[in-house]
Design a binder for this molecule. Structure first.
Ligand SMILES: [Zn+2]
Length: 543
């Protein structure tokens, strides 16, 4: 009897071996970087219902599984889908439909671009543009007057956002609609004036009164922008984007576009620091679907270095007695930390200057009280006082870093900060050491959406031309492995999504990207030539 039972078992086992398990897709002959704990590679994986059911050796996978869709990758490289830990997806989509003012070399060139834009997009109720940077203009100064802009557009309001979003130039019509008057003051911002007249330059919070009177997009126009944004993102291998600062109304629109199958991009959302968002989401708590996770609130400690809005402990080296400023009082951050610590929501705060960083590090440490798993984040963590670095690790605070900011700012950062302070700025490696992991992002549309640019800046610390040859502050370069982790699993972890994505392991979503070259091996000058051959979300090809 016992013998019979045993041979029965053997038969069952044999038939189980012979009968292959049916899955949806088998990928094989690929060089797959799993980005698991050991950073293992594999050459095949099996996908069923959007999840990875096996990953490893091709022979073993072909032996155990069969699929309708057999994809021979012919030696191409596969990484987990890239996750941008800090970006503005909706803002980017909107920007795709505004005048591109990037790389203009004078205010006159801005005007020329606007003329062309308006000839292609007539009858806009507001003329919107983005991307100017006065550091690239003669004298590196904001304009003292927008008279030429007023002459060009006397009846249509114009709003032109600076490349970092921390300043805008508006015309007289926009000022009139917003009801701003010369000499007006605002906390955390400044209405620039010259000889008692408004210059049309609005720094940080001074943009708010004008932004408030710009009419909202129609549902159709909104969808059109997000679909355009996702197409570009899929083309560079992004499968999840962290949107840092949306309203609850954006969330409702995004959720319905995703549920309708129009928007396939997956988003992690930080809500912006506004009463309407607290009123809507605090009683409900975090919101999660298979494509959307609304789980954080985004604050601004200070502005940006480029517009001298970053809040510094000592004055700017290139502006006498000027420290920059906080965008809200330290009390505000304290009281919101006190509210959020009692909820599951993540607190995420933009901090660029060493003073901005210190204020937030102190508030976070006060409420987090030592090591924890709340993953409260400081976005950018750009200039940190030498003694403040340990405040990250002390309360498990996550620095969220954008490597391209270092290579975009390197041309003028020293003039703002001086040599000594620069030493503790853009310090990716030192920040990584604090918790042993570091999410990476781009802050697009402030920077380009490309994860390859992030990789180049993180690993080689050079711009697209290879400048500077030895790298900008190369002691803060990351290893290739750490850069890839920062763009995948660590970015997922910063969004509390590491159980489902960020690496290619059994049970996780089949979000991955097929590349024509191997980022783990290519020389610096081939990084930006890497092509995305295909992008998959949950096993579905989206590009
Ligand atoms: Zn940002």
């Amino acid at each position: 009897m016992r013998k019979l039972f045993l041979s029965g078992c053997l038969l069952l086992l044999l038939s189980a071996c012979m009968q292959k398990k049916q899955v949806d897709t088998i990928i094989y002959n690929a060089r797959i970087y799993t980005v698991n704990e050991r950073f293992d590679t594999a050459n095949a994986m099996a996908i069923l219902k959007g999840k990875i059911v096996a990953i490893g050796n091709k022979d073993s996978i072909l032996q155990h599984f069969s699929a309708h869709e057999m994809l021979d990758e012919k030696g191409q490289t596969i990484f987990p889908g890239f996750i941008d830990a800090h970006a503005h997806f909706v803002g980017y989509g909107k920007e795709l439909f505004t005048a591109d003012l990037g790389n203009t070399h004078s205010f006159d060139e801005v005007l020329e671009r606007l003329k062309i834009f308006v000839s292609h997009h007539p009858n806009q109720p507001w003329i919107m543009g983005r991307g100017w940077d006065q550091n690239k203009w003669p004298g590196k100064a904001f304009p003292n007057s927008v008279e030429k802009l007023n002459q060009l557009f006397p009846h249509t309001p114009v709003f032109l956002t600076r490349v970092d979003g921390h300043a805008a130039i508006v015309n007289a019509k926009a000022i009139e609609i917003a009801g701003i008057y010369p000499g007006e003051k605002i906390t955390g911002g400044s209405f620039e004036s010259f000889h008692g007249k408004l210059t049309g330059v609005l720094i940080d919070n001074a943009q708010k009164p004008v932004l408030a009177v710009i009419p909202a997009l129609s549902a159709k126009a909104y969808a059109e922008r997000l679909v355009a944004a996702q197409q570009n993102c899929f083309a560079v291998g992004l499968t999840t984007v962290t949107d840092c600062g949306l309203s609850y109304k954006d969330v409702l629109r995004i959720d319905s576009l995703q549920k309708a199958g129009i928007l396939k991009m997956q988003l992690y959302v930080m809500l912006s620091d506004a009463k309407e968002n607290y009123d809507y989401f605090l009683p409900k708590g975090p919101y999660k679907t298979d494509k959307l996770f609304v789980n954080g609130f985004k604050f601004y400690a200070d502005g940006a270095l480029g517009s001298r809005g970053a809040c510094l402990l000592q004055p700017y080296t290139d502006k006498n007695g000027w420290y920059g400023f906080l965008l809200s009082s330290a009390m505000h951050f304290d009281s919101m930390a006190q509210v959020l610590i009692k909820t599951p929501f993540q607190m995420c705060t933009h901090a660029i200057g060493d003073s901005g960083n210190r204020v937030i590090l102190q508030v976070y440490n006060k409420y987090l009280k030592g090591k924890n798993d709340r993953r409260w984040r400081i976005e950018h963590a750009q200039v940190v006082a030498p003694n403040d670095f340990t405040l990250f690790g002390a309360a498990s605070i996550i620095p969220s870093v954008q490597p391209t900011h270092a290579t975009s700012d390197m041309y003028w950062a020293e003039s703002r900060l001086g040599k000594n302070r620069l030493h503790d700025a853009y310090a990716s490696k030192k920040l990584l050491a604090q918790n042993g992991w570091l999410p990476l992002g781009t802050d697009f549309p402030v920077e380009d959406i490309s994860p390859f640019k992030t990789f180049l800046a993180a690993v080689f610390r050079v711009d697209s031309t290879g400048f500077p040859p030895s790298g900008f502050m190369p002691e803060n370069a990351l290893s290739r492995t750490d850069a890839i982790r920062g763009m995948t699993i660590w970015a997922a972890k910063a969004d509390f999504l590491e159980q489902e994505k960020g690496s290619l392991e059994v049970g996780k979503n089949a979000d991955f990207v097929v590349l024509n070259s191997d980022l783990m091996q290519v020389p610096w000058n081939k990084v930006l030539q890497t092509k995305v051959l295909a992008t998959y979300i949950s096993g579905q090809k989206v590009f």
